[in-house]
Design a protein around this ligand. Sequence first.
Ligand SMILES: [Zn+2]
Length: 332
Amino acid sequence: MTSLAARICAIACIAAGVLASTAIATPRPLMKPILLDPSGAIIQPTPTPRPAGTAPRVGLQAGHWLSRELPDELERLRTSAGAFAGGIAEWEVNLDIAQRTAALLTAQGVTVDVLPATVPPAYDADAFIALHADGVAGSAARGYKLATSWRTSRASAALMAALDQVYGDVTGLPRDDAITINMRGYYAFNYRRHVHAIARTTPAVILEMGFLTNPADRAFMIDQADVVAGAIAEGVLAYLRQRDPNDGAALLPVEYPMQRPARAGVVVRAAPRDDARVLAPLDEDSRLVVFSARDGWYEVVVRGGWRTIGWVPVVDVVPTDEMIAPPASANP
Ligand SMILES: [Zn+2]
């Protein structure tokens, strides 16, 4: 919490110097000076681009690999062994495909780190892809899933889009859109809470490559591992080709101050529309963590249970200077 307070203070102080003349007034006075852009996002300093000619660096994390060696701050996840089916552990599949993908990318001049469950502190790279394979009770569920962190930068969104486009086409696996809170709350994305996490500006996605618990998916990931690796490598290369290395602002996750209801009777809705289903009523003690903004609405999660994700009108809430304690990290 202390480091978060320091971060927001640092952001505000730096932004205040650079952007004082263009800053938008906050809707109401805050205890701490947090500068907001017109969408309500916190204004942050833009990262400096890497020197021209630097080889791109990509981190491929083999999910659950060596999870017993996770540091004390992630002790809770040391027993998170991942899925197991058909006599094979998820980490074995993840590591095999990470290594095959690494070979393909290295041949294209990319510097690759194959990473275990433990991510180096504030891991800084041009892309970070966490590789996992799903597991559920029963064998029917199949397909791949892709997700970014809660706080998504334009670069992370572009990386996900590039992978999504290639992965489905090349592997022929169906896409499973049921993105879970655990994927978005992936521990290695959570730079606010953990030292052993990606840097704030590292574009990152988590890919559930298929269901280990589905015989067809499992056979594909094992027997056609080179096809899976080729799809991932092609998606990463497509992202690296299309990005603008000088667009430092694309690397910044959009961050918002925590919000509280402006009045009684505010509700969270399932979609950014006045006639959308009501998911949860709010009271004066409710606090909302904002993840995106669209058309005068905020996409929020309600602090506490972390199960209600929905939308509130921007005019129905006011920012608070309270610290954001995000949902607990997960390792799906
Ligand atoms: Zn996993």
